[in-house]
Write a protein that binds this ligand. Structure first.
Ligand SMILES: [Zn+2]
Length: 333
């Protein structure tokens, strides 16, 4: 018996928003992106609604056919009340009741979670973490975000803040983090933190391989330029890369000893660089966790890759239905 049903998802980011119509078996029925860069909710929300309706109509469906809507958004946010508060790259989005607006626009219940949890749910339900009861997802791009699946459920914590894995302190004397603490995992390994460090340390060295890889502009140095210079075996880059892999192992070792997951799914840097990252990471790990935890865990890269945004929103909806006992996750049986 085909028991699949349609859900609509929104994966909100500072530059773009993925709108996706999918079903409970993971089939994508339609997807589109809406530009969000430098725009505000008054302009963007009507476009999100019309895009959602367009996807429904192209699939021969209407709002009342949807079982639920799921929305993933950057923090800070108020998850129980469905509010986007004022994310760093979305300054015009202040206390926006996105969940209720979407529920009203489509006439169906809407659910809301943070973007990293939404991505973790996507990997858990349809990606590399399928079938796991204990899994941690880590995304390492501009910042470091995470989501924790413990005993078959997404962990939210007392004040809905669980999964801020990027802000475990690895060295109290380490670099200042955007969050206010010193020496966070993100302050060592986040893309913005690494770029800032390289730009500072390489100022006045226009001939340096990283600067060259960034097109000769110090201000354009980023992790992509670093990876190019690492592949070209530049000594400064190799040293920085090794340190970055060691700090990742330190953080992941903490998560392994704390949660004893069967899978850790890594996005972004791990996905784009493969063995260049995974090999040193795995070599360092035994120094930061117990063999019992390490041997029980498969550390792997994202199964959904660049399509994760399409699944994130719909998986917020599916996970909420699962938690309410309205949907069975086939893979967990
Ligand atoms: Zn921090």
């Amino acid at each position: 018996m085909d028991t699949s049903f349609p859900v609509l998802g929104f994966d909100i980011g500072g530059t773009k928003i993925a709108v996706c119509l999918g079903d409970s078996k993971g089939k994508i029925l339609g997807a589109k992106r809406v530009v969000n860069k430098d725009r505000g909710p008054d302009e963007v929300i009507p476009e999100l609604v019309s895009t959602g309706k367009e996807l429904l109509s192209k699939a021969g469906l209407k709002g009342s056919d949807l079982r639920a809507i799921g929305i993933g958004s950057p923090a800070p946010m108020d998850i129980p009340n469905g509010l986007i508060l004022c994310p760093t790259n979305m300054k015009k989005w202040t206390r926006v009741p996105i969940r209720d607006i979407m529920a009203e626009s489509f006439g169906v219940k809407a659910y809301f979670d943070n973007d990293a949890n939404a991505a973790a749910l996507a990997e858990w339900i349809f990606g590399a973490g399928k079938g796991c009861h204990n899994m941690i997802y880590l995304t390492m791009s501009t910042g470091i975000g995470g989501g924790i699946i413990a005993n078959g459920h997404l962990l939210h914590g007392k004040s809905w803040m669980a999964g801020e894995n990027g802000h475990v302190v690895l060295d109290i004397n380490g670099p200042k983090c955007n969050c206010g603490l010193n020496g966070c995992y993100e302050a060592f390994c986040g893309g913005v933190a690494l770029a800032n460090r390289m730009q500072r340390e390489l100022a006045g060295q226009p001939g340096h391989p990283i600067v060259q890889a960034a097109g000769g502009k110090i201000e354009d140095i980023d992790v992509v330029a670093l990876v190019k210079a690492v592949r070209a075996k530049d000594p400064y880059s190799l040293k920085l890369w090794d340190e970055m892999c060691m700090r990742n192992a330190q953080a992941i070792g903490i998560f392994l000893n704390t949660f004893n997951p069967e899978k850790i799914v890594l996005g972004t840097i791990a996905l784009s660089t493969g063995d260049l990252f995974m090999k040193p990471l795995k070599e360092y790990l035994p120094r930061f966790c117990w063999p019992e935890m390490l041997n029980a865990c498969d550390i792997t890269v994202s199964g959904l890759g660049s399509h994760i945004g399409e699944y994130s929103g719909i998986c917020v909806a599916l996970n909420s239905l699962y938690e309410e006992g309205k949907w069975q996750m086939e893979s967990l049986k």
